[in-house]
Design a protein around this ligand. Structure first.
Ligand code: FAD
Length: 408
């Protein structure tokens, strides 16, 4: 590996930072250039809707790494800079400043951006999205003048925001277009648990509701829903999903679908260019279908795979997906993907308290587990899925049965 080689990483968040560090750990001797559009030092994104919104932590507390680490690891950090094109013929990236940087290997870690809700009034002051530390600052600036908050979208980010801001004493309404919360990511039993929990905490949860727009003069005053019904709101958070940042790859002629298409080593259709994290789409080792995951675990694990390939020690990406969410006193830990399940078994009492697990099966095989304040089920569920073991129903629903015996 010659000293003159340069690996350029586009996107300085969970995936990009891990890739840069793993390149060094893997022995990459050439230059590492890490380019990120956001001006701040790279930070953990999950706390944005949790401890940062609760004001339990500040932006300075959630840095991925102290600034000194980048210098120590000889990572050439370009922050507040956007790569606007890739010239594959000359192996260069072109920055918004006009600067050209040559690469021998290129890693795209461009992540996602929020899906905009283009409706009347959606540009009014007080209407926010939640993806970046700047977004959180905008929301926090509005909280002292706000009484009624409406969250548009009952996915994880919307529900975490609802939980955090309910604790701040605001009146909170969640509007979801589907017939249940978290419809994209979990089964109906767990959706119902989250609905009831939010209602117990005083949140007004409304499903099957379409938002038509936002009313207000200078700032938002109400959300307009079906039948011209008005819901008072002086703070709105829109959380209706994200779009993968694939345009750079697309324009460069790389294969894309619902993400930048990569193989199990995170190579794109150009073998000198890799894509990792939220922007990458790949055939899951576990589920045999194309997936694009939005989780820190996937971003970090794919970064390690890309770096290992570049350093000459390729290992395929086979990690089982996992995810977590924190709302009120509940920690949800999910392992596997429950989409396509045809049976759900509940272990524990999901009505009496806030600790149980939901086990998802497809054609008799265990494919995923949602564990609510139940770390033990999460850990055992992970091992069982990895081992391809599906405990029988009678034992799974019996909380006196120690599931570890299936792993012996
Ligand atoms: P991103 O974090 O999206 O970073 C991509 C970066 O690339 C961005 O900084 C972007 O500005 C930059 N970029 C894009 N294009 C360019 C360009 N052309 N030039 C330069 N830079 C560019 N996951 C969990 O597992 N658990 C959680 O509890 C959880 N909570 C979350 C809460 C919130 C509020 C949010 C927003 C996300 C949460 N996630 C959670 C998801 C998790 O944060 C993402 O999966 C993770 O950030 C993905 O990392 P990434 O590096 O692939 O992409």
């Amino acid at each position: 590996m010659s000293r003159s080689q340069t690996c350029v990483v586009v996107g300085a968040s969970h995936a990009g930072v891990q890739a840069a560090l793993s390149l060094r750990k893997g022995g990459w001797q050439g230059d590492v250039v890490l380019i990120g559009a956001e001006p701040q030092l790279p930070y953990h994104r999950p706390p944005l809707s949790k401890t940062l919104l609760l004001q339990a932590k500040g932006a300075e507390d959630i840095l991925l790494k102290p600034e000194a680490v980048y210098a120590r690891e000889r990572i050439d950090l370009h922050l507040g800079r956007t790569v606007r094109a890739i010239d594959r013929a000359s192996s260069q990236v072109i920055l918004d400043s006009g600067e050209h940087i040559e690469y021998s290997k290129l890693i795209l870690a461009t992540g996602c951006r929020v899906r905009p809700l283009d409706l009347p009034g959606s540009k009014l002051a007080g209407v926010h999205y939640l993806r970046t530390v700047d977004d959180v600052q905008g929301i926090l600036d509005d909280i002292p003048h706000a009484r009624n908050m409406v969250v548009v979208g009952g996915g994880y980010i919307g529900l975490e925001a609802a939980a955090s801001l309910r604790k701040s004493g605001l009146t909170v309404t969640v509007l979801e277009a589907a017939d249940r919360l978290l419809a994209r990511v979990t089964g109906s039993e767990v959706s119902e648990f989250f609905r009831q929990m939010h209602e117990q905490e005083g949140v007004d949860v409304r499903t099957n509701v379409a938002v038509h727009g936002f009313d207000g003069v200078d700032a938002v005053e109400a959300v307009v829903v079906d039948n011209d019904q008005i819901i008072p709101a002086d703070l709105v958070i829109i959380g209706v999903g994200v779009l993968p940042n694939i345009e750079l790859a697309n324009d460069a002629g790389l294969v894309t679908s619902n993400g930048i298409v990569v193989n199990e080593f995170t190579n794109t259709s150009d073998y000198d260019i890799y894509a990792i994290g939220d922007c990458a789409s790949f055939v899951s080792h576990w589920y045999g279908r194309e997936v694009r995951l939005e989780s820190v675990q996937n971003a970090v694990d794919q970064a390690k795979v890309a770096a290992a390939s570049i350093c000459g020690n390729p290992v395929p990406y086979t990690a089982l997906p996992w995810f977590w969410s924190d709302q009120y006193d509940v920690k949800l830990q999910t392992v596997g993907l429950s989409q396509g399940h045809d049976q759900v078994l509940i272990r524990g009492d999901m009505t009496g308290g806030r600790s149980f697990s939901a086990w998802y099966f497809r054609r008799g095989s265990l494919i995923a587990v949602d564990a609510i304040n139940d770390a033990r089920s999460y850990v055992i569920g992970t091992k069982l899925i990895q081992a391809g073991i599906s405990p029988p129903e009678s034992m799974l629903v019996d909380t006196d049965c120690d599931l570890r015996k299936f792993l012996a």
